[in-house]
Design a protein around this ligand. Sequence first.
Ligand code: SAH
Length: 226
Amino acid sequence: MSNVQDDRHVLSRLSMVEEIRMMAYEDRNYLPSGEISEKVLSIIATVPRHRFVPAGEMCSAYCNHPLPIGFGQTISQPFIVALMTELLALEQQDRILEIGTGSGYQTAILAAIVDKVYSMEIVESLSHQAGSLLAELGYSNVQLKIGNGHWGWPEYAPYDGIIVTAAAERIPPLLLSQLKNGGHMVIPVGRWAHVQDLILIKKSKEGLIHQQNILPVSFVPLTGGV
Ligand code: SAH
């Protein structure tokens, strides 16, 4: 992973983390624990976000807003990355499925916390780009797949957590079926170009589904059809 000592972006990252902490405090009612944990914030403080954005966007890599990553796609705002990561209630031994690899930034955050991350991306070039960068940065616990995330990745199911980083018109039933009992799923639901709802789904130990609206968000659409 990146050598933090040698990284001239450390200060920008720390101030981004402080901004996330403050936003989380203002929005604390959205968070089951009332805050973003130090576990998540400390990882965000080390992952080199500037490597995941196009060269022209390097300077604003640490501002708290989304950025273009090519192919009409965006890397999410740091606060939303932190919030979604927190909502997954990750444990080190978890196996996580991500839909929408994009730049690989969210993948890297997850991979720094849990044992294994499976990430699907529908745009082939984005997946290849993210794969090379994640390998270069030393994330060896990530497996990528090119494909339509509506179907999930049954081979490694069930997952302790599922994170979808593009907006679905409705919750894909196959993803829900690949979530472990006791697992958490975070997904933006709603139509593209409309305000969507970030939804937290908890599957109880008995397999019952509990759904909670967290906050309004704006994501690119989950494409590819069902
Ligand atoms: N997590 C990413 C955010 C990427 S934006 C990051 O940190 O950069 C959402 C991504 O979802 C885009 O790359 C888009 O191509 C991808 N996507 C859209 N529909 C998809 C689908 N059906 N299956 C898999 N990926 C999809």
